[in-house]
Ligand binder design. Structure first.
Ligand SMILES: NC(=O)C1=CN([C@@H]2O[C@H](COP(=O)(O)OP(=O)(O)OC[C@H]3O[C@@H](n4cnc5c(N)ncnc54)[C@H](OP(=O)(O)O)[C@@H]3O)[C@@H](O)[C@H]2O)C=CC1
Ligand SMILES: CC(=O)N[C@@H](CCC(=O)OP(=O)(O)O)C(=O)O
Length: 344
């Protein structure tokens, strides 16, 4: 397979490079940059230490005929412009940004403050959450890779929402992310001096992942209502923990709920549900494609606490994109992704 990575110089791009470099079905990797074409990739990332890789200028006409898969690891607002130029040839597009995820184009403009992709592109795009949408992904031409927070949150909420066991008007999601979630470019907020020994909430009730989460909840439960979603920056490099609170409509035991989660995900190679009373931490999934889940039931309030952890750059971005690539190419979903988490 010949693969292209647009935005290879960014965090999502270099993580894709790492995974594709060890993928048994990938023969050629081409790296594209809008600002640094002609440079050796190893000049930007010394750990690559390989002179073979030189950043190239984007050439959409050539790329769409030559490449089997084109990953877009570019900021929001870029993929909506690039995707029409890259589709219609041999290559399939997998976009890591939020540009192609929302079916409601007006909602996209409101939340992302960018112009939405064309209706035709949005219609063609398939939301790439493999645990819930495998068949559609397998026949997609364009895949909208889910956001990092939505990945953890939706895998956590899916089993109870899909069975309509939770009150869909009272969902609260309290999520935390490591700093690499903000990308490569440093800002005053992500500056070391402002993140280490610090903990902050941000984008309160304004996060661009809110409509993405709500869109999927509505697919599971037509009565789903707006959610409360808070995001926090944690002084660590990788990892997301989404702690979700739902009110159960009827009484269930914790064992029944753990059983429901285990059964729902029994054929999903990358979701691991803990035994009752056990909880995952972000280290458990560090540098892996796993999403680990733990549950707690408060019998006094009838409230279920769902804890879901992922690595934001992996299951939240690059490795989920490779999982989607495997599906769309008809490969085993786990190809090139079977390594366990990095520890310590
Ligand atoms: N970081 C994360 O944990 C996650 C990120 N995402 C999303 O994935 C995408 C990539 O994220 P991330 O890698 O962190 O971002 P980075 O900011 O680290 O990298 C983005 C790259 O995009 C390239 N780029 C910027 N502007 C343009 C342009 N106009 N045309 C083409 N390329 C451009 C840049 O490379 P160059 O200058 O070389 O072209 C840059 O290195 C974003 O949309 C992000 O929101 C999704 C889930 C998780
Ligand atoms: C820590 C941090 O800043 N995280 C980013 C995640 C951005 C992202 O993944 O954006 P899209 O999914 O919309 O492309 C944020 O909260 O905005």
């Amino acid at each position: 397979m010949e693969i292209g990575i647009v935005g290879a110089t960014g965090y999502g791009g270099v993580e894709l490079f790492r995974l594709l470099n060890g993928h048994p079905e990938v023969k050629t990797i081409k790296l594209y940059s809008s600002t640094q074409s002609g440079e050796f990739f190893q000049e930007i990332y010394s750990h690559v230490n390989n002179e073979e890789y030189v950043l190239q200028e984007l050439a959409p006409e050539q790329m769409k005929e030559q490449l089997d898969i084109i990953f877009l690891a570019t900021p929001a607002g870029v993929s909506s412009e690039l995707t029409p130029q890259l589709t219609g040839g041999k290559g399939k597009v997998i976009d890591l940004s939020g540009d192609l995820r929302l079916k409601d184009r007006e909602a996209y403009t409101n939340w992302y403050k960018n112009e939405a992709a064309t209706e035709e592109i949005i219609e063609q795009s398939v939301y790439g959450l493999p645990e819930w949408n495998k068949e559609e992904i397998q026949s997609a031409e364009i895949i909208a890779n889910p956001g990092c927070y939505p990945t953890a949150t939706l895998i956590g909420l899916g089993p109870v929402l899909n069975k309509q066991l939770a009150d869909p008007s009272r969902i609260i999601i309290d999520a935390k992310s490591g700093v690499s979630g903000a990308g490569k470019k440093a800002s005053p907020v992500t500056h070391f001096a402002n993140t280490q020994e610090n903990f902050r909430i941000y984008k309160v009730n304004q996060h661009q992942h809110i409509p993405e989460i709500e869109q999927q909840l509505l697919r599971w439960d037509a009565d789903a209502e707006p959610v409360t979603f808070s995001t926090h920056l944690v002084p660590m490099t990788r990892g997301i923990m989404s702690t979700i609170y739902v009110d159960l409509k009827a009484s269930h035991s914790l064992d029944e709920l753990v059983d429901l989660y285990q059964q729902t995900y029994q054929d999903e190679p990358f979701v691991r549900v803990r035994k009752a009373g056990e909880f995952p931490c972000t280290r458990d999934v560090y540098a892996s494609n796993y999403c680990d889940i733990g549950l707690a039931l408060d019998e006094r309030t009838g409230r279920l606490t769902i804890v879901a952890v992922i690595d934001n750059l992996m299951k939240g971005a690059a490795s989920q994109a490779v999982q989607n690539m495997n599906l769309v190419l008809g490969l085993n979903e786990t190809t090139g992704l079977t390594h366990i988490s990095l520890y310590p």
